[in-house]
Design a protein around this ligand. Structure first.
Ligand SMILES: [Ca+2]
Ligand SMILES: [Ca+2]
Length: 587
């Protein structure tokens, strides 16, 4: 089979696009999200084609764990025209981060090694095999330093591991054991504020003569009123204009790089710290390890995120696409995954980001984190069917969400427990999205954390939501996640491929809003992803002519079956409700 010559549009390491130029140019980057201070998180259709083709009926996607290995290598293909050059200079970012799946751990809730009910660093080390088996390549730990709070975003000693989590050697051991499995570890760094229990703040409070008086930002002469993070008076802001403060924070960040060999930092509430500080931060960290990752939390629009790629961060979290998909971080029922508004809004946002960000800029794709509703709580809908049927629908939609997460450009991130469908809706504060990782059907056993077990909690025994109940169950959400991570690892196109929008043909707008289709394309292979978030099965016709062949044969990577060849320009697919398909084009 010979491919047609393909044209390439601008692309950087993270995002590359081809497709309908009209769509590209008509959609400005429109979304500006107001940063809501979350207290503790410091935190078209082408012309109707009259060719009639047989409809390929898809078998339900069931298991994939054993399918990817049977895929035959793709034949070599003609080389395409080279990419155009760019006026924007590329930034140097750690290549390893393009190839991993990141996993966020809230240490207190993950795994308890010493039986006190509180998750700890030794516990995380004991579950590295679990994470490796899942396919995780990098771990972000939320704050592990001394702090009076359960979440740790208010630090009292940047040089001391929270004794509840362990000691310095535990972190060194964890990093070493992770590295033996080729897993990276990044720590959360809170540069914007300290705890009001930090000894420097205690010394400076109400004491203008304190050695540390100029370390914080006072609002009165008596030094009793001060700037703080959001409404959290227990989080006084550092005065980073003071060179001593800057040196103190930078020395500390370097300390953990040198002492524990960590692989970089997630920079908390980056908006609260000056660009100048972050530039100095980058210089210091990269001087120790040029391959270290600097991942900034810039909870804002693409326009606000852009400046942080100027000699500051390698990567940022993709909040714009997050909001396209999930709708709201603190309100259920707003997600495009519920088919109530256009599912494919993320496509124009991805294009806008490509235009905005410099080549090489990295992003993190995510559906939830410790500050947001859990994705499982976002995909629940009012359901009039039997409890069993309703549950099945929710899990199908969670699998759809997972497929989107793991097939789009950028580095995907899972929030612990997402892979088993833990719920959490912030209805009773942030703790509700930080419940103990549910390892066992009974919710008790080695390593289960117990620090937060309210009667109203989402975790319940024998509800099907636990690692033990889902591991090796081919239809489970956990096994779908594991399969998708494996696909991403095995298929370079899913990690590095161009993003190509695939148009639907002749579908009414009302039905179109529940659908999305896109391809990930390298010279060696093409992966096609088709999503139906609606509650109705639909026969959809796609125009696959952008993929370069006149006739297309698709191999369903999740269901392990091959569809009959059909004309590219008018490819008909029967899509089940709440279903996601990942196809490889047969060469
Ligand atoms: Ca413990
Ligand atoms: Ca459970």
């Amino acid at each position: 089979m010979r491919l047609k010559q393909k044209t390439r549009l601008p692309c950087n390491r993270v995002f590359c696009f081809r497709g309908n130029e009209t769509i590209i140019n008509a959609v400005p980057f429109k979304k500006v999200f107001v940063l809501l201070l979350v207290v503790f998180s410091a935190c078209s259709a082408p012309a109707q084609n009259t060719i009639v083709v047989p409809t390929a009926t898809l078998a339900p996607a069931t298991s994939v764990l054993d399918t990817a290995a049977t895929i035959s290598p793709t034949a070599s293909r003609p080389t395409r025209a080279p990419s155009p050059t760019f006026a924007k200079p590329a930034i140097q970012t750690p290549a390893w981060f393009d190839d991993v799946v990141l996993y966020e751990i809230f240490p207190r809730s993950f795994y308890d090694a010493d039986g006190d009910g509180i998750g700890d660093l030794q516990g995380i080390a004991q579950k590295l095999d679990y994470l490796q088996d899942l396919g995780v390549g990098a771990i972000w730990l939320t704050p592990i330093f001394a702090s009076p709070s359960y979440h740790g975003y208010d630090v009292t000693d940047y040089y001391k591991i929270n004794p509840e989590f362990g000691v310095e050697q535990d972190l060194i051991d964890l990093v070493n054991e992770a590295h033996q499995r080729d897993i990276k570890i990044i720590l959360d760094f809170v540069a914007g504020h300290s705890s009001d229990q930090h000894p420097f703040f205690k010394d400076a409070y109400g004491n203008p003569n304190s050695k540390y008086a100029a370390w914080y930002r006072w609002l009165d002469d008596a030094h009793t009123k001060y700037e703080h993070f959001g409404s959290a008076t227990n989080m006084p802001k550092w005065n980073q204009d003071n060179p001593e403060v800057r040196a103190y924070l930078l020395e500390n960040a370097k300390y953990w790089m040198n002492t524990a060999g960590i692989d970089g930092y997630r920079l908390d509430y980056a908006l609260g710290v000056s660009h100048d500080f972050w530039k100095a931060f980058r210089q210091e960290i990269k001087s120790i390890n040029a391959d270290a990752l600097l991942l900034g939390e810039v909870w804002d629009s693409g326009l606000k995120i852009k400046p942080y790629y100027d000699n500051q961060f390698d990567a940022t979290f993709d909040f714009p696409v997050y909001y396209d998909v999930m709708g709201s971080h603190d309100r259920a029922g707003a997600s495009a995954l519920l088919a109530q508004r256009g599912l494919n809004a993320f496509e124009s946002t991805l294009r806008a980001e490509t235009r905005l960000y410099p080549p090489g800029a990295q992003s993190v794709r995510f559906l939830n984190n410790h500050d947001t509703l859990r994705v499982m709580s976002q995909v629940k809908t009012a359901c009039q069917l039997s409890a069993v049927e309703c549950e099945r629908h929710i899990i199908e939609r969670a699998k759809l969400a997972a497929t989107l997460l793991l097939t789009l450009p950028a580095t995907p991130m899972l929030y612990y427990g997402e892979e088993i469908g833990m719920s959490g809706d912030k209805s009773d504060g942030d703790k509700t999205v930080r419940e103990p990782m549910d390892w066992y059907a009974s919710e008790s056993g080695a390593g289960m954390t117990t620090w937060y077990r309210p009667a109203t909690g989402f975790n319940q025994p024998d509800d099907g939501i636990s690692v033990a109940e889902q591991q090796n169950q081919t239809a489970s959400l956990f096994e779908r996640y594991r399969a998708l991570l494996a696909l991403r690892a095995q298929h370079d196109a899913l990690r590095h491929g161009e993003f190509v929008t695939i148009p639907f043909v002749g579908i009414p707008a009302a039905e179109l809003s529940a659908l999305a289709a896109y391809a990930r394309v390298t010279d060696a292979e093409t992966i096609l992803v088709v999503l139906n978030a609606g509650d109705q099965a639909i026969t959809a016709t796609l125009d696959l002519s952008a993929l370069g062949s006149d006739t297309i044969t698709l191999h369903d990577l999740l269901a392990a079956n091959t569809l009959a060849p059909a004309p590219a320009q008018n490819f008909s697919l029967r899509l089940a409700p709440r279903a996601a398909y990942v196809f490889q084009l047969e060469p």
